[in-house]
Design a protein around this ligand. Structure first.
Ligand code: HSE
Length: 298
């Protein structure tokens, strides 16, 4: 079987709303082989059908190449929490597209893979880091995505605070304003530009200032029960900075002290939601096919 591993991602990273993301070292894996009928294993019965996002993404490649669809056996091994702002849908899309590409003997270029995955997802800010690894910044113009990778110090320590409730991206987008002020735009553009250098230099002091945001967090934080408590407790445990991961509800924290994770775990026990505290590192290489083919375009 062809096996594809795709990392989780944290998008937005403070001020870089809808633009930047970082790949993280938890992975969903997707195995593919041609079969007589469609068979999907490793997910709830309700999703084991032709509407499955891995399968629809696989099918998208056949449609794009105008090839007759072939039935497939897909095995999913999922480790990335679903609907938590950690890019799980991007992993499914990339898994499906790369699986089809591998079974078809690699007809797609890296640009086409990025374009097809972005087309399915609707925006590139989780797709790019999951595909290319590390810290990415992307833009769309005339429906085409462009991506650059920034250097990120591999020693950054992340800790995801993942609640036991979901937040749909559609709901998280519906609360955003239609327009923003010049003040807020400049606030974010300046912090986005400065923070991107700080990820390279590991300047914690400046990063803690530069990761602030006015474009999405003030609106979305109201949808995340115990947001204020997690922000306060992570700070008390010694976090350098904390921000909403993607559209939420996970809150991503950055830390550097040895007892941070245990301290935060002990703090969140008193909250009324269950918060999973998950230490993570940067994944520098992005999606990987198990025979060694990588998709990072650098
Ligand atoms: N940039 C997107 C958002 C990521 O924040 O809505 C969600 O997939």
């Amino acid at each position: 079987m062809i096996r594809i591993e795709v990392p989780a991602t944290t998008a937005n990273i403070g001020p870089c709303f809808d633009t930047c993301g970082i790949a993280l070292n938890i992975y969903n894996s997707f195995s593919f082989e041609y079969a007589d009928t469609l068979l999907i294993e490793g997910c709830d019965e309700a999703y084991a059908n032709e509407n499955n996002l891995v399968f629809t993404s696989y099918k998208h490649v056949f449609d794009y190449l105008k090839l007759p669809l072939r039935n497939v056996h897909i095995i999913i091994q999922a480790n990335v929490p679903v609907s938590r702002g950690l890019g799980s849908s991007s992993t499914c899309i990339i898994g499906g597209v790369l699986g089809a590409n591998a079974l078809l003997d690699y007809p797609l270029s890296k640009d086409e893979i990025f374009m097809l995955c972005t087309e399915i997802e609707g925006h590139p800010d989780n797709i790019a880091p999951a595909l290319f690894g590390g810290l990415t910044a992307s833009l769309m113009t005339d429906g085409k995505p462009y991506n650059v990778n920034y250097d990120i110090n591999k020693d950054f320590k992340f800790c995801a605070c993942i609640p036991n409730f979901e937040l749909k991206t559609s709901l998280a987008r519906s609360v955003l304003p239609k327009e923003v002020t010049y003040h807020d735009a400049i606030y974010n553009v300046s912090r986005a530009a400065v923070s991107l250098k700080c990820w390279e230099t590991k300047d914690y002091e400046l990063l803690s200032i530069a990761l602030d945001d006015t474009l999405h967090q003030p609106y979305r934080s109201k949808l995340i029960d115990e947001y204020d408590e997690i922000m306060e407790l992570s700070k008390k445990a010694g976090a350098i900075a904390s921000f909403i991961s993607g559209a939420g509800p996970t809150i991503m924290t950055i830390y550097d002290n040895d007892d941070y994770v245990d301290t935060l775990k002990s703090f969140v026990k008193d909250l009324h939601n269950t918060w999973t505290i998950m230490p993570l590192k940067v994944e520098l290489n992005g999606a990987l096919e198990r025979n060694g083919v990588r998709y990072n375009g650098r």
